[in-house]
Ligand binder design. Structure first.
Ligand SMILES: [Zn+2]
Length: 81
């Protein structure tokens, strides 16, 4: 029988392959864009980014890239978290 720490590690690997188990509700990130660094946040109100494009819209290339990276763990742009 496997020891408890090993079972936890194996379970973690299984969980990591099932991202739909996780729902991110709030986080902050720094993003190194081609034209500078930006601060992004995600909450129940959706995405926020410090770039100029995002100021006039509720999305930008940075938030769309993070949405793609995080997959099913975040709501799609336009949906509330
Ligand atoms: Zn942005």
């Amino acid at each position: 029988m496997l020891s408890s720490p090993i079972r936890k590690i194996l379970k973690a690997h299984t969980y990591a392959e099932e991202p739909d188990r996780v729902t991110i509700t709030d986080f902050h990130a720094s993003f190194q864009g081609d034209n500078g660094d930006h601060e992004l946040s995600y909450s129940v109100d959706g995405w926020s980014c410090t770039c100029d494009f995002s100021k006039a819209r509720s999305y930008c290339s940075h938030s769309m890239a993070l949405e793609k990276l995080l997959g099913p763990m975040v709501k799609a742009i336009g949906q509330k978290a």
